[in-house]
Design a protein around this ligand. Structure first.
Ligand code: FES
Length: 86
């Protein structure tokens, strides 16, 4: 089922990005652009992430430093998200 109709991103794709380290809608956007056009899918993406799609989410919720957890998450430079994450 499509989560982001603007970019044709499915729930399965969002889950796959979450499993490789994207724990926030911004990180999902960095991985596949979902949520960066009309934005109507952001709440759905948040819901998917909130249902345990991201294995690191529990560590973030326990107060682990986000920078350490995100160190191996690569954001594409052309989205401008990489500069925001720094
Ligand atoms: S539906 Fe995802 S940005 Fe529009």
């Amino acid at each position: 089922m499509y989560v982001c109709s603007c970019f044709g991103i499915t729930e399965k794709q969002v889950r796959a990005h979450a499993e490789t380290g994207a724990c926030t809608p911004r990180q999902i956007a960095g991985a596949c652009k979902a949520g960066t056009d009309c934005g109507s899918c952001v709440r759905r993406i948040q819901a998917i992430l909130g249902r345990g799609a991201c294995p690191r989410r529990e560590l973030l919720d326990q107060g682990e430093p986000a920078a350490a957890l995100a160190a191996d998450v690569v954001l594409p430079a052309d989205t401008g998200l990489a500069a925001e994450a720094a």
